[in-house]
Design a protein around this ligand. Structure first.
Ligand code: AMP
Ligand code: MG
Length: 418
């Protein structure tokens, strides 16, 4: 089990070992950004009635057939309809109704002409006034038909669709206030290392703050999961063994960081092998070659490297797709685009390299990518100041400035599909 596999193999492996979690019914607002388990239907026509798209006058289009600047057509205003009201009066030819945006258009009328092009020739433009029209209008003008957005009983969202923020409004309008979605995975986050102290403390004497747990919790949350940070675990086989055993019992997914390589105090691999099935130990990427994956009592356990950037890349490239699959998503690639390298680069490591980088457009409108100077795997701050990862594929070589390289946009949702 020391075989190094490609990123694609690693991802395929982990995806093959996870499935969508059971569904749960959640209040409408909680389904934003989540996957709909079953098709949803509207309980009414939306909108329920034909209504005006403008403030203006509702009329018979036929009345204005001969209207022109020279020969304006004058109609009698017989009523006013505000939004939320109905007009029960019959409207004869030669008559019109003053109407507000969103108000129901009386059934007999077939067009609305906006205020701005109507002249009041007698009165104040309200009921009892006379108004003049200087141009014809077409049937249907400025009227939004009933059921334009959705018909009663019609499927409005398919199973598998991701609900957007606007979709929340769409569903509210259709009377859907509860939605079945896949449960969020509960994820245990275990940072391993006898040098770690909680971030609330000032470290001394060879200790450092545990920053990985926080970053990983944020990443889990952004991936839709529910992170639960566990207490720091010392570099001890027994301690780690009991923490992982318990975490696999209590959670849907376990993520560790640190202790994943082959040092004297790296116990993730032996612990996973002892408690369950060790399926992967190393992936052909940089940063973050030491990526451990296995199952303990059927629960995925993923051992990330301790180095912050290596842990981050492992999470982004391998764990995030798995957490998304558990929530029913089917897209696993962050959007990418090709950009020109801002400087020459020598690639001496044959692994696929993910360079922390800043992507921007130059004055010619071309995408340029500037890899951060310090690519140490120990740094989070560089990622904080980056907006992309530039990917240099497997193999060694020289990249001259201007070479097009693929860039993965950080923190942009997979569903965008660009
Ligand atoms: P390891 O993978 O345990 O060999 O750790 C590699 C490097 O990452 C070491 O310098 C560790 O001190 C550091 N490291 C490990 N875990 C964390 C953590 N939770 N937060 C910050 N740095 C860490
Ligand atoms: Mg360590």
């Amino acid at each position: 089990m020391s075989e190094m596999i490609s990123l694609e193999e690693a991802r395929a492996l982990i995806l093959s070992k996870v499935a969508a979690l059971p569904s749960e019914k959640v209040p409408l607002l909680d389904v934003s950004g989540r996957v709909c388990v079953e098709a949803l239907v509207s309980d009414i026509d939306v909108s329920p009635f034909a209504h005006s798209a403008m403030d203006g006058f509702a009329l018979h289009a036929q009345d204005l057939a001969a209207a022109s600047e020279e020969n304006p057509v004058v109609l009698e205003v017989i009523s006013e309809i505000a939004a939320g009201e109905c007009c029960e009066l019959p409207v004869a030819f030669g008559q019109c109704v003053r109407i507000m945006t969103g108000a129901p258009v009386p059934e007999a009328l077939d067009a609305v002409v906006k205020y701005e092009i109507v002249e009041t020739v007698e009165g104040d433009g309200k009921a009892g006034s006379k108004v003049a029209f200087t141009a014809p209008t077409k049937t249907g003008d400025n009227i939004r038909e009933a059921g334009e957005e959705a018909k009663a009983g019609e499927v409005i969202v398919e199973a598998g669709d991701v609900i957007s923020n606007a979709g929340i409004g769409f569903l509210a309008g259709c009377g859907v206030l509860e939605v079945s979605t896949y449960a969020r995975p509960r994820v245990a986050i275990v940072s391993i290392g006898s040098e770690l102290v909680d971030a609330s403390q000032k470290p001394s004497g060879g200790k450092i703050r545990n920053s990985n747990s926080y970053a990983l919790a944020a990443c889990v949350q952004a991936a839709g999961g529910i992170p639960v940070m566990q207490p720091i675990v010392d570099d001890s086989l027994e301690a780690l063994s009991s923490v992982i055993k318990n975490a696999a019992r209590d959670f849907d997914f376990v993520i560790t960081s640190g202790g994943a390589s082959n040092g004297d105090y790296d116990f993730v691999k032996p612990v996973v092998a002892r408690l369950g099935e060790l399926l992967m130990t190393s992936v052909n990427i940089r940063p973050g070659k030491a990526q451990t994956f296995g199952l303990v009592d059927g629960v995925p356990v993923f051992g990330l490297p301790g180095n912050p950037a290596a842990a981050y890349v492992g999470f982004e490239m391998i764990i995030r797709p798995a957490l998304r699959k558990m929530q029913g998503y089917i897209h696993f690639e962050r959007p990418t685009l090709k950009a020109k390298l801002s400087r020459d680069m020598k690639k001496k490591d044959p692994r696929r390299i993910f360079l922390r980088a800043t992507l921007c457009k130059n004055e010619q409108g071309e995408y340029m990518v500037a890899p951060a100077k310090n690519q140490s795997s120990g740094l989070f701050g560089v990622i904080q100041r980056s907006n992309a990862m530039a990917v240099l594929p497997e193999g060694i070589g020289e990249y001259t400035a201007g070479t097009l390289v693929e860039c993965i946009l950080l923190d942009v949702a997979e569903e965008v599909g660009i």
